[in-house]
Design a protein around this ligand. Structure first.
Ligand code: C2O
Length: 643
């Protein structure tokens, strides 16, 4: 409460400058980016408070002139439908003067199953003495960037958690600065074509197969939570195509429908003028700060609510890692609690929950006269605009990494200042009703997102009223040829994979519709068991045996949410079965578009249907980053394993 709110204008990330063009196999010239990760300081807190040292993405060329374009979150990559984009991702976490590596900004738990580059402590050091006084890792930082939601991306360009690499810094053996070394070492893809790499970088190609808002973020094994928390995230827009804005019709005239004006016309390094832009991405994150402005992230279990710290050496619980983290300040596009001046008109917000653990329930309902329509989800448009005022009391629920494309109509909102609130929980989410089934976010801090300064419209709003928008048709996926039954489990065990894991994924043996079916946990290093063939369509069923909701994400595909159904979990026997007499429940109206992340509620099975397009090694996981970092992630392979 020391930090004053709504003082900083909302930052709208400009387009990421491209480095040039590259010619690809079929002769096309496509956009080529060189993007480095750097450490720098940024005024995240309001002016007058100390700046914060963060990591962020930015253009790497020419290194000196444009270094101001590094920001956390990074600038927006603007891509066009079916025009590939090539990005050279550079690990620039080195000291500008000594050329040596920079150590982590935030505590790394070396007892997890993690990237564990040289210079660290072996992650299997489970000796009581080490665990009683764990030393956080101080070596060079592994990174690898993943484009979240990229469909049909090749395995080598997906940002596999084990394909991390170190900076090309003084004293680092070149094999560790080489992309893919550990990927191949773990024999996940022995003949992996790692494409073009130079020490300290990896070059990835994105095919841009759907029209939607994606985001790029770090995915290094066992330290995604701290790398993303430190700032390694940014927005990636794919525009155009038969399912893009241009395919929208106005039901009244049959002519092209008009959405609030987009940022896409802004070329490299052109900072958008706030007044004329009415399509605004909002990356919402929770962060905590120390008194000196530095980022706070817990460095021991003592900070986890409900688990008495400090770490107790005889248990299997990792000493530094926490099962979740809920920070106390809300950051939107890189500033705490910003404000935005808007006119009495329609705006299009591209919302992203980029929090580590926090589920958000954005409550537009406390703003008088407002109307909210959702037109798209994670991976494309909905079949029809969903009137959120009617279907969900103007509330937008977003699990970590879920996106919402919404039209917010301020036309009848009184001129003045209005606050957007968050009535999601300050704790793990289990579903349910704000204020009754869970403790809502603190109304003085985490319960506040940003403020709108509503002003008189300066020009006529030419956008189509949302009720008249005819959204482009997304063809349904083919019928599935296989159903995979998967389990979400939580365990604490050191016997598993020799690391003190706390969250697992597993498989269900048998048919929970026919009676109790046993579930077994699978670990990161187990042989791949989810192995769909190229071109096939499957239903994956997530049987959630835990007490919390998990945002489940599958790489390289987009899926249809089929339905959810009540299950009975028997913890003692480790079995699961469909609840007698239960019937499948249809998705919510706002979940009907293609998605890549879905909320799997406790005591339910959540079913998604997807087609596997391209051969390669990928992962599926819970997008609570603390879970993902501790075994709630499994590799999966599309197509035959290579020898
Ligand atoms: Cu957004 Cu595998 O991640």
């Amino acid at each position: 409460e020391l930090v004053d709110k709504f003082r900083t204008p909302l930052f709208i990330p400009p387009a990421m400058p491209a480095a040039g063009k590259k010619v690809i196999g079929d002769g096309r010239r496509v956009d080529y980016y060189e993007i480095s990760v750097k450490q720098f300081s940024q005024q995240i807190l309001p002016r007058g408070f100390p700046p914060t040292t963060v990591w962020g993405y930015g253009p790497a060329f020419p290194e000196k002139r444009r270094s101001f374009a590094h920001r956390a979150p990074g600038f927006t990559i603007e891509a066009k439908w079916q025009e590939p984009v090539i990005v050279k991702w550079i690990n620039g976490l080195k000291d500008a003067t000594t050329a040596g590596f920079l150590p982590p900004l935030l505590p790394v738990d070396p007892t997890l199953h993690w990237a564990n580059p040289p210079g660290g402590i072996a992650h299997r050091d489970m000796s009581p003495s080490f665990r009683a006084t764990p030393a956080a890792y101080r070596g060079p930082v592994p990174i690898v960037t993943h484009l979240h939601g990229a469909i049909g991306v090749a395995g080598h360009s997906d940002g596999h958690p084990e394909a991390w690499y170190l900076p090309a810094a003084a004293g680092i053996p070149s094999e560790y600065a080489a992309f893919g070394t550990w990927y191949q070492f773990f024999n996940r893809e022995a003949s992996l074509d790692v494409g073009a790499w130079e020490p300290g970088s990896a070059t990835f190609t994105y095919p841009n197969m759907q029209t939607s808002m994606l985001w790029y973020h770090d995915h290094a094994l066992g330290m995604t939570r701290t790398n993303v928390y430190a700032g390694l995230a940014g927005i990636y827009m794919i525009r155009g195509g038969p399912e893009g804005d241009g395919a929208i019709r106005d039901a009244r005239s049959g002519m092209r429908g008009v959405l609030p004006r987009s940022t896409s016309t802004h070329g490299p390094m052109h900072l958008p003028q706030h007044r004329n832009i009415r399509e605004i991405p909002l990356m919402i994150q929770d962060r905590s700060f120390n008194i000196d402005g530095s980022l706070f992230y817990p460095h021991s279990r003592a900070f986890f609510d409900g688990i008495p710290g400090p770490f107790i050496p005889d248990t299997d619980i990792p000493p530094i890692w926490n099962p979740e983290f809920f920070a106390n300040m809300m950051v939107v596009n890189g500033n705490t609690w910003p404000f935005q001046t808007v006119e009495q008109a329609r705006y299009r917000y591209r919302l992203l929950n980029a929090c580590n653990s926090r589920f958000l329930i954005l409550d537009f309902n406390s703003i008088p006269g407002i109307e909210v329509w959702m037109i798209g989800g994670d991976s494309g448009f909905l079949p029809a605009p969903a009137n959120m005022t009617a279907v969900n009391a103007n509330r937008i629920l977003l699990g970590p990494s879920e996106r919402a494309d919404v039209i917010v109509d301020f036309t009848r909102v009184p001129i003045g200042r209005h606050v957007l609130k968050n009535i999601g929980p300050d704790e793990p989410f289990g579903g349910g009703v704000p204020g009754t089934d869970f403790q809502m976010a603190d109304p003085r801090s985490s319960g506040l997102i940003m403020q709108f300064h509503v002003t008189l419209a300066q020009e006529e709003d030419r956008s189509t009223p949302p009720q008249y928008l005819l959204l482009p048709n997304t063809p349904p996926l083919p019928r599935e040829t296989f159903i995979r039954r998967l389990a979400l489990l939580e365990k604490e065990s050191s016997s598993f994979d020799e690391s003190p894991a706390a969250a697992f994924l597993g498989i269900v043996l048998g048919d929970p519709g026919a009676g109790p079916a046993a579930c077994i946990a699978r670990g990161w290093k187990d042989p791949v068991t989810q192995n769909p063939a190229v071109g096939t369509t499957e239903i994956w069923e997530f049987y959630n045996m835990t007490e919390d909701a998990h945002p489940m994400h599958v790489h390289a595909v987009s899926f249809e949410l089929v339905n959810r159904q009540a299950i009975l979990v028997n913890e003692e026997s480790g079995t699961v079965q469909l609840e007698a007499g239960s019937s499948p429940v249809s998705p919510e109206p706002w979940e009907l578009g293609r998605k890549d992340t879905v909320i799997a509620y406790p005591s339910q099975v959540t079913r998604v249907r997807m087609t596997f397009i391209r051969e390669g090694q990928y992962v599926w996981h819970c997008h609570i980053l603390e879970h993902e970092d501790n075994q709630m992630m499994l590799p999966y392979r599309i197509g035959q394993a290579k020898q």
